[in-house]
Ligand binder design. Structure first.
Ligand SMILES: [Zn+2]
Length: 434
């Protein structure tokens, strides 16, 4: 009897809870699984373990009440510039870029794609400098220019646009390099686009184009309908600078309509100079909605009309898109576009990247590239972000205990099974003292 009792006590002491972390009472929006309903979400070992109407708190090591909030897959921003830290001025492989972690986790973004900062010559420097050191999941589209997006001198150099080394680097880092990019090309030649397409095709990944300056002999119609393959991505879709909008109807141009019929993907890529209300509103009214929402985060967009991913998503709410569609365009759709189908949804077994969002109602304003405003009544705020099943951002401390309910002299709280903040790879400076 004593033995049995000892065994029972030991079993209780060492029992592993079924789940590490449980988000209870939230409204789940998961576009892949067509869920928009009140659901509990449980995680274990960095993966989604269960999504159900009622999962008991007793089954989890840690339960967080998220009632009144929306629980979505971690947001995926497929157009950013995060190749910072080289010290190069006026360069997207330098000072024009930002380190990702300060702009992502606090707005529910868990995955970003740097588009074209690095080419094959400097991709491994970018990987060492940023990708391997960030808490955000950083992926890349490699520039067809070997030197990447370092400025005009490099970006206009046709001799540095080589298919083979670009495709070789993309294949060497398959999964990390998720596309090929061409940007800012101003010459009349089609060579940058044809070579980018060939490199992308060789590596089995999509081609994304910022179409640069348009020439009479180099029109958007041919890019989208002759050079592009289905699955290639046209970013800056609402810039209105390169023939996206029909001059008469103000809806999408024939180039865009025919491109969509062929399976071309259309991405927002807001940026500092690529989103205009007088383009976006009539194109949206005509039914030409994006396939994916992205920011084009860089130093000139971060504090202007763009601001951050949730602000750009708020613009689509303000134009009348449903919250479910706005989430779909910021999670599952971009995950598919970059061939990372383990991300962007909350199926059991999926990577447990999760955003917990508050939908605020009130009088808000959203500003475009020309500093024109559109008023809106809904805005998203990030309360909590989980990456690989661990808390990496918690605005109001909803995962925490009140200090005066803890034992006197309390020390570090949390548990490494769910807490990526107190127990993450980067602890406070007090931990680094020798
Ligand atoms: Zn960009």
């Amino acid at each position: 009897m004593r033995f049995i009792l000892c065994f029972f006590v030991a079993a209780c002491l060492f029992a592993q809870p079924e789940y590490d972390l449980l988000l209870k009472g939230g409204h789940v929006i998961d576009g892949k699984n067509r869920i928009s309903a009140r659901r509990d979400v449980a995680m274990k070992g960095g993966r989604i373990a269960a999504v159900a109407a009622n999962i008991p708190a007793s089954a989890a090591l840690k339960t967080v009440d998220v009632s009144g909030l929306y629980v979505t897959p971690g947001l995926i921003d497929i157009h950013t510039h995060v190749y910072a830290g080289t010290g190069e001025r006026n360069s997207y492989a330098g000072d024009n870029s930002v380190y990702p972690d300060g702009f992502t986790l606090r707005v529910g973004v868990t995955t970003v794609v740097d588009v074209g900062g690095a080419g094959w010559r400097n991709f491994e420097d970018f990987k060492d400098r940023v990708i391997d050191r960030s808490r955000t999941r950083v992926l890349a589209m490699i520039n067809i220019v070997g030197n990447g997006m370092r400025g005009g001198k490099w970006e206009q150099d046709l001799s540095d646009m080589e298919v083979k080394p670009t495709a070789d680097m993309a294949l060497k880092y398959k999964g990390l390099i998720v596309g090929v990019k061409s940007a800012h090309y101003a010459g009349p030649e089609w060579a940058p686009f044809e070579r980018g397409e060939e490199a992308a095709r060789t590596a089995g990944i999509p081609f994304m184009v910022d179409f640069g300056a348009v020439h009479p002999g180099r029109q958007i119609y041919d890019l989208l309908n002759k050079v592009y393959r289905p699955g290639d991505i046209y970013t800056h879709m609402y810039s209105g600078l390169r023939g996206e909008q029909d001059a008469e109807t103000k809806g999408p141009s024939k180039a865009m309509l025919d491109g969509r019929k062929r399976g071309v993907i259309f991405d927002v890529g807001h940026g500092g100079g690529s989103f205009t209300w007088r383009v976006a509103v009539p194109m949206m009214k005509a039914g030409f909605v994006p396939d994916s929402i992205s920011t084009d985060l860089h130093i000139s967009s971060m504090n202007a009309g763009m601001k951050d991913m949730l602000n750009v998503m708020g613009k689509f709410l303000a134009m009348g898109m449903s919250l479910e569609d706005v989430i779909l365009l910021s999670t599952w759709n971009p995950a598919r576009e970059i061939q990372h189908e383990e991300l962007g949804h909350l199926s059991p077994g999926a990577v447990a990247d999760v955003a917990v969002l508050r939908l605020e109602k009130g009088d808000f304003g959203f500003v475009d590239m020309h500093s024109a405003r559109l008023k809106g009544t809904r805005r998203l705020l990030c309360e909590l972000t989980l990456k690989d099943g661990r808390v990496v951002y918690d605005l109001n401390g909803i995962t925490r205990e009140d200090w005066d309910k803890l034992p006197a002299g309390y020390t570090r709280q949390g548990d490494p099974r769910w807490d990526g903040f107190s127990f993450g790879p980067r602890r406070g400076p007090w931990r680094q003292k020798k």
